[in-house]
Design a binder for this molecule. Structure first.
Ligand code: FES
Ligand SMILES: [Fe+2]
Length: 321
């Protein structure tokens, strides 16, 4: 896991008022709940008394109460009340770990790393906040999140995995691709063409005017977008559950249709197509060995894998900081 990052971990809609939710993210068992004012809290989902899941408990104002013996926890994981002990002061050692969380763009973000007073800004494709609406869906893949992410950075697979959908046209020759970084944001430009049997793929530096090409972006550590056009995007979150599972959230964002009912219809219909495409990917990605990718591993990569290589390098670099 890369430390000191904001991870997108949950869709806001999953977390209702008055109903805590227990989820595993980044290998940790967590409980999230909303205080009465809607603010999101996140602590370990294991009571320090006798190990019950706090996510089965009740919300009392801004605290969560264990379902077993009623210990109450605040947002920093401290026990503030032990009913059986009456108004005795609760000793300091009665606590569990907590995570800083924030809610933005209908997503709950978790800070994984050292808790500092001032944390960096939440990384997001900010333009998606400018007049877009969206529809989407979510599913779990039994793979390490690096594999799920790399699948979305893979420009070589299109004519094979998606030959009847987004990879139509037999464009098997992979020119470039061109990869550009801005801090932790990768933009990669796709220039696949039909192989005439005589050509070699262009090297990335041979591609002129790459900015005009079709492009996709990946924001470390776990969000991605496909820039279909100025007004249409496909956005994805790869929320690590544990070493063997990833919760994927896909959203279709658009701003060409603003009429309320039609807008919802289009946004929701898009999920059918996106799910179909995603399942074409899933069929193959689930078979990859090993389950987790890293920079140094026994894979023979090619020029077209450049976004994947760049991602692996960036992961390595950020893990060292
Ligand atoms: S196990 Fe939680 S209060 Fe006892
Ligand atoms: Fe794909």
């Amino acid at each position: 896991m890369i430390k000191d990052q904001w991870y997108a971990v949950l869709d806001s809609k999953q977390l209702k008022l008055k109903k805590p939710i227990g989820v595993t993210r980044l290998g940790e068992k967590l409980v999230l709940w909303r205080s009465e004012d809607g603010k999101v809290n996140c602590i370990f989902d294991k009571c320090c008394h006798r190990g019950a899941a706090l996510s089965l408990g009740k919300i009392i104002h801004d605290k969560i109460e264990c379902p077993f013996h009623g210990f109450q926890y605040d947002s920093t994981g401290k026990v503030t009340f032990i009913p059986a002990n009456g108004n005795n002061v609760v000793p300091e050692r009665f606590k569990v770990n907590y995570f800083r969380v924030e809610e933005k763009y209908d997503i709950i973000w978790l800070w994984y790393g050292e808790d500092k007073e001032v944390l960096p800004q939440i990384p997001f494709f900010k333009e998606l906040n400018e007049g877009f609406s969206y529809g989407g869906f979510s599913e779990v893949w039994p793979v390490h999140y690096t594999r799920a992410i790399e699948n979305q950075l893979d420009v070589v697979h299109l004519p094979f995995v998606h030959s009847n959908s987004i990879g139509k046209g037999n464009k098997t020759l992979v020119n470039g691709p061109v990869v550009k970084w801005k801090d932790n944001l990768m933009t990669f430009y796709v220039n696949n063409t039909v192989d005439d049997g005589k050509s070699k793929p262009l090297k990335p530096e041979e591609i002129k005017n790459y900015e005009k090409l079709f492009s996709l972006q990946f924001q470390m550590p776990n969000t991605w977008q496909n820039i279909i056009s100025k007004d249409v995007r496909i956005f994805a979150i790869f929320a690590p559950i544990d070493d063997n599972n990833t919760q994927i959230y896909i959203r279709f964002y658009q701003r060409f249709m603003k009429v309320p009912v039609l807008k919802d219809f289009i946004n929701n219909m898009s999920s059918i197509l996106n799910k179909y495409i995603l399942h074409q990917d899933r069929r193959v990605v689930l078979t990859q060995i090993p389950n987790k990718s890293q920079l140094k591993m026994d894979e023979k990569l090619i020029q077209g894998d450049l976004p994947i290589i760049e991602y692996r390098k960036k992961r390595e670099e950020l893990k060292k900081i």
